[in-house]
Design a protein around this ligand. Structure first.
Ligand code: C2E
Ligand code: MG
Ligand code: MG
Length: 766
């Protein structure tokens, strides 16, 4: 059971969600999220850019003005002149962000007081709070001189940078000298709000695009009145030496008057608010719960990356459309914690699953077996030991060994109605037998039949030597595994379920020596082709023969193909040998035809050859050589031959088929081809392996297999040949089963060419 099995899944995600929520709430409670949120300020500014409304015009006390006036503080008559100029040009309002709380030159001060009186209420003057002395947290409220106040409104210009010195928010108003006063921005935008409540300044407004005039130009009348008419004018210092500068997110350090203008622009568009963290946190939990959705790990990673980005996007949309500034760090942390933990759980799950899988075959290992059934009710345990596993690995290679295990596991699974099979050791398979006593009898019967069928591996039929042990006592599952393994060992010793392996190391080593000699064998004429007839069951006539190669060795005598074909394949000698057999067969077919024996001939093609372009070309040349029409030729291939590289094999076979050659699937039933796969091949014939045919007349299971194969082959439009017919009962059975052709010792053993000719002539004469 994987860690994230369905039942525990819900509980796990619940725990992960709670931990995520806890992290989010802790971040908010500790105030850490506010600090971290500042990292998103530039993003907020960039993501929703705005141009200023144009209603607010800044009159800059800039470097040019400082240079022109050359005196600091400026005598107030300069402000008086500017006030008069702006009033006359039709400004809607004039606001000073200039300290007017102390006296300057008496004449200048009088002149400003007079200008203010003329403007009568159009002008707002600043009040502000400043620190009493360094290290003192109290502040002193500063008001403009009394002489300026009668005809002017008052607005507070105090700034409140955050602890990192960056200004992010502005108040709606402040209480100065006991009286609540609007902030400068609220005053200009004509918005009301309670004193000492704050709103976020929209730094998406580009300060560089605020309309600006130079103070000195205004004083001297060098400006277009249109630039001022109907606008709210904000007068303040922008020259660096005047020092009135604040750090801002995204725009760096900018003059205080510009920050005021941005705050006023913010309010002109509506009143932004700080949204509660509850909503984004709830959203984060919702998005976090989606972590369980992706089935594939890649998609889970993608979702984990996309969810926080989506959340940030939503925050920006909320800010630019609703004017609500939601915190992002805490909900993002919630999301990252949830998705991160879920991913970790999944990775752990995967690692655990990998530890439970046998690398070579992909089936569950002993760990998986114990995990899956460790806590289940006790049931008998079966262990199957593959006695010839090592031999197969030594002779045919590691892959062949794993193939053998896989095929046997598949057979066990089928025999036990789809029960899971585990590989608990190199050569050991195990399964739990969840069945009634009667079912077990049937199962054991079926198992015997299945395990004694040869298995086709790398184009070779291998009889698996399987020994089975079953344990139904024993306290723990582990005990039962051990008992069943011991029983399998004992069975091996007694030969239960045992079939001798066809692969025998010593014999094969002896055969290896032959390989060096095989090279000259063809040239020396030692290679013979014998023919075994195929009987047309319907007409009772021999219509076809299979070419079977033999080596007449000068010392060892007649050697069968099983003794040298596998090695010829491994040492790349099979090509010339097969070409020789094809040519020999074509010549013999031609000869017989000349004598009135109208036969077709089948030649076996090795797996290794089908994928070789050079071989296919050589065959083309032979076929075109006019020895006999390719229509009379059949190539027999095995399932594994075509499975190794299915596309290439199908293409090559189609190429042969296109020239008229028939294609036969040899040893059918020992491999594991699916019906849909067979459909892709240009087959004309199916040869049922003799291991199924031989006992079909008496064995119910085999009969079923043969009958269903015949039906299937006929559905696909194929002729069916049954191999290995040794007795009359078998032939009779095949006749009733509707089989097309029969081949086997009953009809004839493979015969040398002359002997076969004689046999056929006798039959014709009879
Ligand atoms: P195969 O193609 O399945 O050939 C049938 C084998 O079954 C032949 O063995 C044949 O003698 C044997 N046989 C026929 N009737 C009976 C029967 O009634 N009972 C029993 N017990 N056996 C019967 P053989 O000639 O030893 O050939 C073995 C295998 O060697 C063939 O199996 C084929 O796969 C391979 N082979 C033979 N000639 C060639 C060849 O020229 N090229 C290649 N690549 N393989 C060949
Ligand atoms: Mg054959
Ligand atoms: Mg065969």
């Amino acid at each position: 059971m994987p860690i994230l099995s369905a039942t525990s899944r819900r509980i796990k995600i619940l725990i992960v969600l709670v931990i995520g929520l806890f992290v989010g709430v802790s971040l908010i409670a500790s105030g850490l999220d506010r600090h971290a949120d500042r990292l998103f300020d530039p993003l907020r500014a960039i993501a929703a850019p705005r141009t200023p409304s144009g209603k607010i015009v800044v009159v800059e006390m800039d470097a040019a003005s400082v240079a022109a006036i050359r005196q600091w503080p400026w005598p107030r008559d300069h402000y008086a002149m500017v006030t008069d100029r702006l009033r006359r040009a039709g400004a809607a309002s004039i606001t000073f962000d200039v300290d007017l709380s102390s006296a300057n030159t008496p004449a200048g001060d009088r002149s400003l007081a007079a200008a203010l009186a003329r403007a009568d209420g159009m002008v707002a003057l600043p009040t502000f709070a400043q620190q009493a002395r360094s290290g003192d947290r109290r502040s002193i409220d500063a008001l403009p001189l009394a002489m300026f106040r009668p005809h002017a409104a008052l607005a507070s210009v105090s700034m409140q940078p955050d602890s990192d010195g960056v200004v992010r928010r502005a108040p709606f108003g402040t209480i100065t000298v006991g009286t609540p006063r609007p902030s400068l921005s609220a005053y200009i935008a004509k918005r009301s709000g309670s004193a000492d409540t704050f709103f976020p300044i929209d730094f998406g407004v580009n300060p560089e695009r605020l309309p600006r005039l130079s103070f000195i130009d205004v004083r001297d009348g060098r400006f277009a009145p249109d630039a001022v008419r109907g606008r709210d004018i904000l007068i303040g210092a922008t020259a660096i030496e005047m020092g009135d500068r604040y750090a801002t997110p995204h725009w760096g350090v900018i003059p205080g008057v510009i920050v005021q203008a941005l705050a006023a622009e913010t309010l002109l568009r509506g009143i932004p608010t700080f949204g509660s963290a509850a909503i984004p946190i709830a959203l984060a939990l919702l998005l976090g719960a989606l972590a369980v959705v992706p089935r594939r790990l890649v998609s889970a990673w993608l979702l984990a990356a996309a969810a926080p980005i989506g959340l940030a996007g939503l925050a920006i949309v909320a800010q630019s459309t609703l004017g609500i500034v939601y915190p992002v760090t805490a909900p993002m942390a919630v999301l990252i914690v949830i998705h991160g933990m879920w991913l970790l759980l999944r990775l752990a799950d995967r690692a655990e699953q990998q530890r439970c899988i046998d690398e070579d075959t992909g089936i569950g290992n002993q760990r998986a077996f114990l995990r899956d059934f460790g806590s289940a009710a006790p049931a008998p345990v079966l262990v199957a030991q593959v006695g010839n596993f090592d031999t197969v690995v030594t002779l045919l290679g590691e892959r062949a060994g794993h193939d053998l295990i896989l095929r046997l596991a598949e057979r066990l699974r089928i025999a036990a109605a789809d029960a899971a099979v585990y590989r608990i050791g190199d050569r050991l398979l195990a399964m739990r037998l969840d069945m009634s006593a009667e079912e077990r009898v049937d199962f054991q019967e079926g198992l015997r039949a299945l395990l004694t069928q040869p298995v086709e591996i790398l184009g070779r039929r291998v009889d698996a030597a399987v020994h089975v042990g079953i344990a139904d006592q024993g306290q723990s599952l582990h005990d039962r595994l051990i008992d069943a393994t011991r029983a399998a060992n004992e069975a091996a010793a007694e030969g239960v379920f045992r079939r001798d392996s066809t692969v025998d190391v010593e014999a094969m080593e002896r055969r290896l020596v032959l390989m060096g000699e095989l090279d000259q064998a063809i040239a020396r004429g030692e290679i013979e082709v014998h023919y075994q007839p195929k009987l047309d069951i319907g007409t009772d006539r021999i219509t076809s023969v299979e070419a079977l190669v033999r080596w007449r060795h000068p010392v060892r005598g007649l050697i069968g193909p099983d003794a040298f074909i596998p090695f010829a394949e491994q040492s790349d000698r099979i090509g010339p040998l097969t070409l020789y057999v094809i040519e020999r067969t074509m010549r013999d077919l031609g000869q017989w035809r000349e004598h009135g024996l109208m036969l077709s001939g089948a030649v076996n093609l090795s797996a290794t050859l089908i994928a070789l372009p050079a071989f296919a070309q050589a065959v083309d040349t032979l076929l075109a050589g006019n020895i006999v029409s390719p229509e009379h030729l059949i190539f027999e291939v095995t399932e594994s031959a075509t499975l190794a590289d299915p596309e290439r094999a199908a293409a090559t076979l189609r190429r042969f088929r296109a020239q008229g050659v028939g294609i036969s699937m040899d040893d059918y039933g020992t491999g594991q081809s699916t019906l849909s796969y067979l459909r892709q091949l240009p087959l004309t014939e199916l040869k049922i392996d003799r291991s199924f045919v031989q006992h079909a007349a008496h064995n119910h299971a085999d009969a079923l297999m043969v009958r269903s194969t015949i039906a299937l082959a006929h559905d696909l439009g194929l002729k069916v040949v049954a191999e290995g017919i040794e007795d009359q009962d078998c032939l009779a059975f095949l006749r009733t089963a509707g089989c097309d052709m029969a081949q086997g010792y009953l009809i004839s053993r493979p015969l040398p060419v002359d002997a076969l000719g004689a046999l056929l002539r006798n039959r014709l004469a009879a």
